[in-house]
Design a protein around this ligand. Structure first.
Ligand code: UT7
Length: 332
């Protein structure tokens, strides 16, 4: 039966966000802590990135473990049982194993017997790519209840001899439950997603290695200046693409929830769009860059501290290794 009795508008089947969850490792590492181990300083990191601390996972805090913890919280927030899940989509570039997908470990941990699960590899854009897949599956009628999770343990792939990268990343997980709902046009749900890749830029941000390549380091490698140079323009264009698709301007957006890589990139995009800083969610100071987990963690934070409210229009954007980048527009 329609949740919107009496509405004259035809209802649309949409993927609506009904629950959020998070997990952050117990071990918090401040810039000062890091400067004991790396030739860096709190001043340099704070000034260039806005990062003040990050969480680093212990051996038992794997991507799968953290994802399952975040997932449990999202299900609880929505009042939904794991058995109701149809699918688990996990975005990660630090999976527990090359295969099986970390998503199936999450499925087992939750006891989500009916759900199928798979991982998405799109680096820091992974959560938006996952949302896009979930949105399409829900709209097509294939599934009703989907968890989209970002979970990362970048501390395991950081080269602590490279101060240009090891100070930037942290570990954590965020989860979002998406459920099919029939809603009027002005109602909640994902309105659209916009995805991009440019493989010609694969060499500016990557992990050196793959399964079986024993001669590789397995460390994250980044040309930070080049990533920075592309980031502001590509992110602003992805955001504009989402606005244009709905005939909106930045004034119509209640909150920008960006991927949390660097405060200067976030501010640059906000400025380009003319969005005041009070409408941009920032968690990079507390979490650093948690790659695919950063957007769901930021969403969780802002919903839980009461900033983001039901009915508000939210724009998500991310860019990461690939390069991959994209945006998503949703009403809570
Ligand atoms: O999710 C997407 C992933 N990545 C990103 O979004 C990152 C994008 N890039 C960036 O955020 C910035 O390029 C960085 C934060 C990585 C670097 O900032 P920058 O202002 O571009 O610094 P830089 O690489 O030009 O380095 C400036 C100086 C260098 O010293 P010299 O050569 O000028 O003497 C570096 O050696 O800063 C030095 N430096 C450091 N000093 C202290 C680099 N890393 C550090 C450090 N502590 N951790």
């Amino acid at each position: 039966m329609s949740q919107y009795p009496g509405t004259a508008e035809p209802l649309l089947r949409r993927a609506t966000l009904t629950g959020l969850g998070h997990y952050l490792p117990r071990n918090i590492v401040s810039n000062a802590d890091l400067s004991q181990r790396v030739d860096t300083s709190d001043e340099w990191i704070t000034e260039r990135t806005g990062i003040r601390q990050r969480h680093f996972a212990s051996p038992d805090e794997t991507a799968g473990f953290m994802a399952a913890q975040a997932a449990r919280e999202a299900l609880k927030a929505a009042g939904v049982e794991a058995q109701a899940l149809d699918a688990i989509i996990l975005a990660t570039s630090t999976p527990d194993q090359a295969f099986p997908a970390t998503a199936v470990h999450v499925q087992a941990a939750l006891g989500a017997k009916r759900a199928f699960g798979f991982d998405i590899s799109a680096a820091c854009s992974g959560f938006i790519f996952g949302l896009s897949v979930a949105d399409s599956m829900i709209r097509s009628g294939q599934v009703n209840n989907v968890l989209v999770i970002g979970s990362e343990v970048y501390s395991r792939i950081l080269n602590f001899e490279d101060r240009g990268t090891c100070v930037l990343f942290g570990d954590g997980a965020g989860a979002a439950l998406l459920q099919a709902r029939d809603v009027p046009r002005s109602g909640p749900g994902i309105l659209s997603t916009h995805l991009h890749s440019d493989g010609t830029l694969a060499d500016i941000l990557y992990v050196d290695g793959a399964v079986g390549q024993r001669d590789k380091s397995g460390f994250l490698v980044m040309n930070g200046r080049e990533v920075f140079r592309h980031a502001v323009n590509l992110l602003a264009s992805a955001v504009n693409e989402a606005l244009l698709a709905h005939d909106l301007t930045a004034k119509d957006i209640d909150w920008l929830v960006p991927h949390q890589a660097n405060r200067r990139i976030i501010d640059g995009v906000g400025k380009k769009l003319g969005l005041p800083p009070e409408r941009v969610v920032i968690t990079v100071d507390a979490h650093a860059n948690t790659s695919a987990a950063s957007i769901p963690l930021a969403l969780w934070q802002a919903v839980n501290d009461g900033r983001i409210k039901a009915g508000q229009l939210i724009l998500l954007e991310a860019l990461g290794g690939g390069l991959t980048w994209g945006s998503a527009l949703l009403r809570l």
